[in-house]
Design a binder for this molecule. Structure first.
Ligand SMILES: [Zn+2]
Length: 317
């Protein structure tokens, strides 16, 4: 169920277009336009569909800057307008590649790897990935429901190469809470501590009261069952009890193991400040796991609409 890879690419129309989009700017622009607007291009400034591609007066070809113009608001714009790549000067073909990789690599993609593959600076790659993660954030609208497993864990830790980063940030473990619908969506977020107040607060905020809650025996969750129609069911890990009929947290533990393998293997040390963005990436891929790779990439591009991030927020890891 949680497999996001190993699928055939044969009948995936988006995937068939991606290699060309990653190789040339004209193809990249057309690819992004298609993902964003489909067959109905509209003005990102006023929403009008009275728009047209601007043409070079002499050649009749499309302008080299790929601008559009809106007949209603008279504004000019490109496909970048109102997206996470709006004020970036990085070529769109690189954005296509980064979206592709970030949407389809189970463990995630490292900026260093993108840097080697694209020839862009390491800093530019960090910047692109930070913005893509921002686009991927909030992939679940509304509360979770049904059978929901809740668990907390610690991620992060010391960098593998202590010489690289000597600053304190990024060296401490961070507590993370995940809530997973069996057969459905996941929400994962960093939390300040593991007190009853924090854990129950997160549950109330993110899970509908019609649900059934499953956790381990952590006493901080005690009493939450009174607020949920399906009650609260626990297994006693300390007594080596992991499954008792339907009572288990295997789904959430499976999700944690994907996150941990990724964070340890690809990202090494992620600072606390940016951890939530990395978690968004895992959350997004999990919540779109049923899609083909191409459709998942398209979903990430689509999610980048209406999201802006200042350079300061995204410039560093
Ligand atoms: Zn307009």
């Amino acid at each position: 169920m949680s497999k996001v890879q190993n699928r055939s690419t044969k009948n995936d129309p988006v995937l068939m277009e991606l290699p060309a989009a990653c190789a040339g700017e004209a193809a990249a622009v057309e690819f992004m336009e298609k993902q964003r607007w489909g067959d109905l291009p509209c003005c990102p400034l006023c929403g009008s569909i009275g728009v047209y591609q601007m043409k070079d007066a002499k050649t009749g070809e499309r302008q080299a800057n790929y601008r559009w113009r809106c007949r209603d608001c008279k504004q000019q714009y490109t496909v970048r307008k109102g997206t996470v790549f709006e004020d970036s000067r990085i070529e769109l073909r690189h954005w296509c590649y980064a979206f592709w990789r970030a949407s389809t690599s189970k463990k995630g993609v490292a900026a260093l790897e993108l840097h080697r593959q694209t020839g862009l600076s390491y800093k530019s790659c960090l910047f692109m990935l930070a913005r893509i993660r921002f686009a991927m954030a909030d992939s679940v609208v509304g509360p979770l429901s049904g059978d929901v497993e809740v668990d907390e864990t610690y991620v992060g830790g010391k960098p593998r190469n202590p010489g690289v980063s000597k600053r304190g940030r990024g060296t401490k473990k961070q507590c993370v809470l995940a809530m997973v619908e069996r057969g459905g969506k996941v929400k994962i977020k960093p939390i300040a501590n593991v007190t009853a107040k924090t854990l129950k607060g997160a549950i109330r905020e993110n899970i509908a009261t019609t649900s059934t809650i499953y956790t381990d025996e952590n006493s901080a969750y005690k009493g939450i069952g009174n607020e949920y129609a399906g009650g609260h069911h626990t297994t006693t890990h300390s007594k080596h009890e992991y499954v008792r009929g339907d009572v288990h947290s295997n789904t959430v533990e499976g999700f944690f193991s994907i996150v941990k393998r990724g964070l340890n293997g690809i990202y090494h040390a992620v600072s606390k400040e940016h951890l939530h963005r990395y978690l968004s990436e895992y959350e997004f891929r999990y919540n779109h796991r049923e899609l083909e790779d191409g459709a998942r990439t398209a979903a990430a591009i689509k999610a980048s609409e209406g999201k802006r991030l200042t350079y300061r927020e995204s410039a560093t890891k």
